[in-house]
Design a protein around this ligand. Structure first.
Ligand code: NAP
Length: 245
């Protein structure tokens, strides 16, 4: 029987590349999107025309009701969700003293509570089946912190500690929980970063790269495979060596 993956924030960037990777590997794919309906639908069309089974579901991950509806629809279509990729996220650069209360709350609502909502909706079935994989997309800034991104760094640090704690709790149920912490990845999220800064990041990266979303998708997929069945509670850092901890 085909396995099923649900990827949040799969309309663009890393999420989209991850949807394409899992589809190529024979998974049923549930594409979650929020605002980019056209992009999500064109990805859906592409996956369907390549012979994959897929659906696209709109939901704001920070809204518990919408997330519950999304999982209901996903289970109705495919019966089972084997892999959950918590990828949806927001970022910006703001001086700490300029961050508004509303902005701080919004970052936690989307980046952290979104992951919490999706995990709570997927886990009852995973636990009863004693099988499942959860992959949370953090960031190197969750490991080492970024200036002018305290709000973003704090959410990514929360994702990392959440991942470690949940992995301990779910290990006996044969559910593996890991996080990935990419460095700079060439998506809309870094579109506002100047060429000069990107060049500096590249030069300070041992592998001298800015990652492509497809390369990050490969690492996410790897964490769903049989070959990584002993890895849980880990933070895999595909940053080309930009951060080595
Ligand atoms: P992106 O191109 O900006 O895409 C962000 C995705 O998140 C979009 O699909 C967007 O959906 C979705 N999203 C945002 N708010 C949402 C919400 N409330 N509910 C559901 N979906 C929502 O970003 P990306 O670079 O692919 O980033 C993906 C993940 O990787 C994020 O968690 C990010 O923090 C992490 N990351 C990125 C980098 C990087 O350099 N790019 C580095 C490290 C970690 P819609 O467009 O449909 O609204």
């Amino acid at each position: 029987m085909k396995k099923t993956v649900l990827i949040t924030g799969a309309s663009r960037g890393i999420g989209k590349a991850t949807a394409e990777k899992f589809a190529i590997e024979g998974y049923n794919v549930i594409i979650n999107y929020y605002k980019s309906k056209d992009k999500a639908l064109s990805l859906l069309e592409h996956l369907l025309s390549s012979g994959a089974n897929a659906i696209a579901i709109q939901a704001d991950v920070s809204d518990r009701k919408q997330v519950e509806e999304m999982f209901k629809e996903g289970y109705k279509k495919f019966g089972k969700i084997d892999v959950l990729v918590n990828n949806a996220g927001i970022a910006d650069m703001t001086l700490f003293t300029d961050i508004t209360e509303e902005q701080w709350k919004k970052f936690f609502d989307v980046n952290v509570n979104g992951m919490f909502n999706c995990c709570q909706c997927v886990l009852p079935k995973m636990i009863s089946e004693k099988s499942g994989r959860i992959i949370n997309v953090a960031s190197i800034w969750g490991l080492v912190g970024a200036s002018c991104e305290t709000h973003y760094s704090a959410t990514k640090g929360a994702i990392i500690s959440f991942t470690k704690a949940l992995a301990k709790e779910l290990g006996p149920s044969n559910i593996l929980v890991n996080a990935i912490a990419p460095g700079a990845v060439d998506t809309d999220m870094i579109a506002g970063v100047s060429e000069e800064i990107l060049e500096t990041i590249k030069n300070e990266t041992p592998l001298q790269i800015i990652a492509k979303p497809e390369e990050i998708a490969d690492v996410i997929y790897l964490l769903s495979t049989e070959e990584t069945k002993l890895i849980t509670g880990q933070v895999i850092n595909p940053s080309g060596g930009f951060v080595i901890v």
